[in-house]
Design a protein around this ligand. Structure first.
Ligand SMILES: [Zn+2]
Ligand SMILES: [Zn+2]
Length: 117
């Protein structure tokens, strides 16, 4: 096993590393354990690796990406993941079943926003 010294580069769940949820501008993180638990539950149903495109966002980054003013990304309770357009309806069902309370498909932009309240 090789050891990396890169910050946040370690497993926090069976299929996720902490660094996947970093804010891209400052590498800071706030992360709800419930969010990670539900992403694992979603993965188990979908049977595909989950690619997180946006996890935690610090307030300036949230402004930069034009996120909602009270975005749950800023408190570590939301993640955007890659989902091809033609799989979004089935993933929506899985996500609800996994316990996500916000499930927003972005159609042909090929991603979905998932959050826990
Ligand atoms: Zn940041
Ligand atoms: Zn989002």
């Amino acid at each position: 096993m090789t050891t990396t010294k890169r910050l946040n580069d370690f497993q926090i769940a069976e299929h996720f590393k902490l660094r996947e949820f970093e804010c891209p501008c400052c590498h800071c993180i706030r992360l709800s354990p419930v969010l990670v638990e539900r992403l694992e539950a979603l993965r188990a149903q979908w049977c595909k690796p989950i690619i997180v495109t946006s996890g935690y966002r610090c307030p300036p980054h949230n402004v930069q990406v034009k996120g909602a003013k009270k975005s749950l990304h800023m408190i570590g309770q939301a993640a955007d993941i890659v989902v091809p357009f033609n799989e979004q309806s089935v993933v929506e069902v899985f996500a609800r079943r996994a316990g996500f309370t916000q499930v927003i498909p972005y159609g042909r932009r090929n991603f979905m926003h998932l959050a826990v309240a």
